[in-house]
Ligand binder design. Structure first.
Ligand code: SF4
Length: 411
């Protein structure tokens, strides 16, 4: 129920008997037991609700948005319905032209509260006959792959959240066989802002190839974890200063399927043309074990692979085994090339985005931290036999089944 890393300790929320209990520390365990024994009502432990729309009487969620910096686009105050009024006053072609002029590019995963309870949804919106629009909020199945575009469409159709083969692409044949646009809420927020304040205003923020701002969920070894809205083009070093992670030794720009960069690359900028991020940045202090971090990410992908295609189902396991051997000092020089080739094969042959990007934690740490890998390899004396094969460990499972030990004659 509590977490402690890098000398820092965080509280978090847990679902206990269907009640979301916020601000939990490990020392709350006794209190939970006491409340359960005395009253059986865990709601007594809920002393505060989340902020923003999460605290709305209809939502009453305990989640805190932890927004640290509001930018001018996504998180800035907005007049409700204003963009929609402007959109209804012009033709669809004019709206599309405005979006093109703004150079808006689709944002990736980020969720935050959105207002409804104002006649901006439903039939004949704002009095425009025939303009019907509704929102249906559907819970995802929870697996990582369900965030993949076609798997998400499968979920919405009521099927198992499996990716679909492409082509046809969703824009041709998507939800229920109809042309579908799949975009995250953040992108639609940008569209509303462009309609309200104009494409010229929007395209002046950020860089030429990456206009506007982006939301970044920052976590890890830093003093200010939370959500930041920053303009595209911000140098990574500047972001690290803002979030209190000046001493970072490495940053995972994006989630597990993105890239790890070293201090030598902190001058690079966050934008589509340089460090394109999936909406998050994880900071790691100078004493963190980079290879163990990559191994954790691989663990995640082994768990999250849906198992449909071999490159991802088997590839993640093989990558993980090889990385474990290297960490344990049983790696050989050729193993680095093996990891590289294996990761490239997964990237080229996996069926969906999950498998195509799952090797990136290894491939990018191999690129940015190759000496760390090589140091572990060099510790091994030159041996003619396969160093990665552990003759004592290999028969252990069979020994357990047979109920007897093997004889190993080693020189
Ligand atoms: S790459 Fe293949 S196994 Fe991996 S999640 Fe996608 S479809 Fe499933």
């Amino acid at each position: 129920m509590g977490a402690c890393a890098g000398g820092r300790r965080w509280s978090h929320s847990e679902v206990v008997h269907d009640v979301v209990v916020p601000s939990l520390w490990s020392d709350k365990a006794r209190e939970i037991v006491r409340v359960l024994r005395e009253t059986g009502d865990l709601r007594r432990l809920v002393r505060r609700f989340g902020d923003g729309n999460n605290s709305h009487p209809l939502i009453r969620s305990m989640v805190h948005n932890n927004i640290r910096r509001e930018g001018p686009v996504v998180l800035a105050p907005m007049t409700l319905g204003s963009a929609l009024r402007k959109a209804l006053a012009v033709s669809p072609v004019e709206i599309i032209n405005d979006i093109k002029t703004s150079c808006l590019r689709g944002r990736r995963g980020a969720g935050f509260p959105t207002g409804m309870n104002q006649n901006l949804l439903g039939r004949n919106i704002l009095g425009k006959r025939g303009f019907h629009f509704d929102i249906r909020i559907q819970m995802g199945a929870g697996a990582c792959v369900c965030g993949e575009e076609t798997a998400m469409i499968s979920s919405c159709e009521g099927h198992r959240g499996d990716p679909k083969n492409r082509p046809p692409f969703p824009a041709q044949k998507g939800y229920l066989g109809m042309p579908t646009t799949a975009n995250i809420v953040e992108t639609f927020c940008c569209v509303a802002r462009i309609l309200d304040d104009g494409p010229g205003w929007f395209s002046e923020i950020g860089t030429r190839g990456s206009t506007g701002t982006t939301l970044l969920s920052v976590s890890g070894d830093c003093s200010g974890p939370g959500v930041y809205e920053v303009p595209f083009g911000i140098p990574l070093s500047e972001l690290l200063t803002i979030v209190g992670a000046e001493d970072a030794g490495a940053v995972q720009v994006g989630g597990p399927s993105d890239r790890m960069v070293s201090r030598a690359e902190f001058h690079r900028t966050i934008c589509y043309d340089d460090l394109a991020t999936g909406g998050s940045a994880m900071s790691f202090g100078p004493n963190r074990n980079i290879l163990k971090i990559a191994l954790k990410f691989l663990d995640f992908f082994v768990e999250e692979s849906c198992g449909y295609c071999t490159p991802c189902r088997v590839g993640n396991v093989l990558m993980k085994q090889k990385l474990e051997q290297i960490i344990e000092g049983r790696g050989q020089i050729g193993d680095l090339e093996h990891l590289q080739e294996h990761g490239t094969t997964m990237k080229l042959t996996s069926r969906c985005g999950l498998g195509q990007t799952a090797a990136r934690p290894v491939l990018t740490t191999l690129h940015a931290f190759r000496p760390v890998y090589e140091t572990l390899l060099r510790k091994r004396p030159e041996e003619p036999c396969l160093a990665s094969f552990d003759i004592r460990a290999a028969p252990q499972e069979s020994e357990k089944l047979a109920g007897r030990a093997s004889e190993v004659f080693a020189a």
